[in-house]
Design a protein around this ligand. Structure first.
Ligand SMILES: [Zn+2]
Length: 302
């Protein structure tokens, strides 16, 4: 694994231009991308380096000396061997790239008997997943991909679902997916929603780049975030908790914004992420699903 750092700044905020700083820090075209954006009167500069590259502190100091505003982002890159060796991987769909609208507002039903009254965490889905069948972009998403997301639910086409089933993965089940038409008709799609029987215990406090953002005061289970640009997300689980895991699991923690006034038709429910074994990643990659992100978890004593 190596930690990568991306540094962004506006080249026009530097007297003499960005090359003054890039040359002094020995950051050539191999690590620096420069793009003039005339309409914004801006020169976008993006430098990507390993976190321990000696050029990084030099570059940051040169920018700081000139009072240049800098955006910085850090993340970890793993090797194929590390993905393979991890006990579990977080299946992290890239933001909203493959997202289709669906959920309670489209008529998906949930059992709320064990749900938090404040944030609805713990609502248990009891029907097929209803997705929007009106917007062209939504419909095309199914035509152009083999796996899509709907507020972090993972949907796969029938063939990929069959491959996953025949691999004998533990903890895995499926629900149907229905497209809701303009007139309210529900058309079943040749797609399946991935479900997990097992929920992991909460993460270890040794996790970093992960934490409470606006945690629900009632259940303490929703309002977590993995979005911290300065710290790469490193999820840790206690060894004893990993022992009880299946091939497909959900996290205990819930994420995302919530709108909950006790009515499903206006609700936006919090979501949890999937934790899966490397076997699942291999099946996705072999099926040509390459746009999803995977994050190996770490195992710790406490
Ligand atoms: Zn709650």
């Amino acid at each position: 694994m190596k930690t990568r750092v991306e540094v962004e700044f506006n080249g026009r905020s530097i007297p003499g231009g960005e090359q003054v700083v890039l040359e002094a820090a020995r950051c050539g075209v191999d690590v620096a991308r420069v793009e003039d954006i005339e309409v914004l009167n801006k020169t976008f500069v993006e430098v990507t380096l390993d976190h321990d590259d000696p050029r990084l502190p030099v570059l940051l100091r040169l920018l700081q000396d000139r009072g240049v505003k800098v955006w910085e982002r850090r993340w970890d890159e793993y090797t194929e061997a590390e993905f393979h060796a991890a006990p579990l991987l977080l299946l992290a769909p890239p933001a909203w790239t493959y997202n289709v609208n669906g959920g309670p507002r489209w008529g998906t039903q949930y059992d709320l008997s064990a749900a938090c009254p404040v944030c609805a965490a713990g609502a248990r889905q009891t029907s097929a997943l209803m997705v929007d069948g009106v917007y062209r972009e939504n419909v095309e998403m199914f035509e152009e991909n083999r796996a899509v997301t709907s507020r972090m639910e993972i949907l796969v086409d029938d063939r990929l679902a069959e491959t996953l089933t025949s691999a004998g993965l533990s903890g895995l089940s499926f629900r149907g997916v229905c497209q809701v038409q303009e007139d309210g008709r529900r058309v079943e799609l040749p797609w399946r929603q991935i479900c997990a029987a097992h929920t992991m215990p909460s993460v270890s406090p040794r996790s970093i780049g992960f934490g409470p953002r606006r945690v629900c005061p009632s259940c303490g289970r929703s309002g977590f975030s993995m979005f911290d640009e300065m710290v790469p997300t490193r999820l840790a689980y206690r060894a004893r908790d990993v022992v009880g895991a299946e091939d497909v699991n959900r996290m205990w923690e819930y994420f995302g914004d919530v709108e909950w006034k006790g009515e499903l038709k206006t609700a936006m429910l919090p979501y949890t992420h999937f934790l899966v074994t490397p076997k699942v990643r291999r099946i996705f990659l072999d099926a040509g699903v390459t746009g999803f992100d995977w994050l190996p978890i770490r195992v710790v004593d406490v």
